[in-house]
Design a protein around this ligand. Structure first.
Ligand code: ADP
Ligand code: ADP
Length: 237
């Protein structure tokens, strides 16, 4: 069974002004993300990638169509249950979105505190996550004292602390130089292989897809214009 399944999903926003037409940000998209996939979603700015992420993450309702997470229909789910689904999804971002006034340690501890873990459980888990991303020696640093790559590693540790099944990476390497990008992608590959976490990688960069994704959907104008195994989609016809 697919971990995430979209069937004929459309998301439209009201017109910007009275005379305008509605903005169709995601247009009749169907795709299946299987457990263990590293699924790339590529497209130019405005293609609908971020909107698609917000739909998968249940941050916004679809206008029409069906979205399931682990076989459960999101479109009709009450808010309380949606919150539970969101806890099973980790996210990392282009601008890292770390708490600048919290130490690295506290950033990683934060979702565990929200989820109600005990102090001793939190201590063990944060130390384990910092070791995994190689930042044990930065536990008491603040985000502004870190490089971009280190900040994203904190983002990854924080996103994975609660053991989500799905990690959504929204342009997560777009603010990084090419070498750091490859380091972060290598870490994400380990996350996929060692923890079995399914990863969705949203990007406008072909290199990122080629480095990490096994499957890809190409978006343009809100539609998925092509999808399948990376090798098939990008090999010459
Ligand atoms: P991408 O992430 O690929 O750059 P987006 O999903 O951000 O694309 O945007 C797709 C289209 O939907 C764009 O035309 C954008 O202007 C529009 N859009 C996105 N979010 C909103 C919103 N909240 N309200 C109105 N229009 C939106
Ligand atoms: P508060 O935020 O309540 O003033 P602290 O920031 O000192 O307290 O830490 C709160 C908890 O977080 C403590 O119980 C401590 O065990 C844990 N903690 C904070 N930083 C670290 C760290 N670098 N290594 C291990 N545990 C830490």
């Amino acid at each position: 069974m697919a971990l995430v399944s979209l069937t004929d999903v459309t998301k439209s926003y009201p017109p910007a002004d009275r005379s305008g037409a509605p903005v169709v940000a995601v247009d009749a998209v169907s795709l299946d993300i299987e457990p263990g996939d590293v699924y790339g979603i590529i497209g130019y700015s405005g293609a609908g990638k971020s909107t698609l992420v917000r739909l998968i993450n249940a941050l916004e309702p679809a206008t029409s169509g069906s979205i399931t997470f682990d076989g459960r229909e999101l479109t009709a789910m009450p808010e309380r249950e949606l919150r539970g689904v969101r806890l099973g999804i980790g996210m990392i971002f282009q601008q890292f979105n770390l708490f600048t006034s919290k130490t690295v340690w506290k950033n990683v501890a934060y979702p565990l505190t929200v989820a109600g873990w005990t102090k001793s459980e939190i201590r063990l888990r944060v130390d384990e996550m910092l070791e995994f991303v190689g930042l044990t020696d930065k536990a008491n640093s603040y985000p502004e004292q870190l490089s971009g790559g280190q900040k994203q590693r904190v983002g990854i540790a924080r996103a994975l602390a609660t053991s989500p099944r799905l990690l959504l990476a929204d342009e997560a390497t777009s603010a990084l130089d090419p070498e750091t990008t490859q380091e972060v992608l290598a870490l994400l590959k380990r996350v996929n292989r060692e923890f079995g976490v399914t990863i969705v990688v949203i990007t406008h960069e072909m290199d990122v897809i080629q480095s990490i994704a096994t499957k890809v959907a190409v978006m343009d104008g809100g539609r998925v214009i092509e999808n399948g195994d990376v090798f098939d989609v990008f090999s010459d016809p």
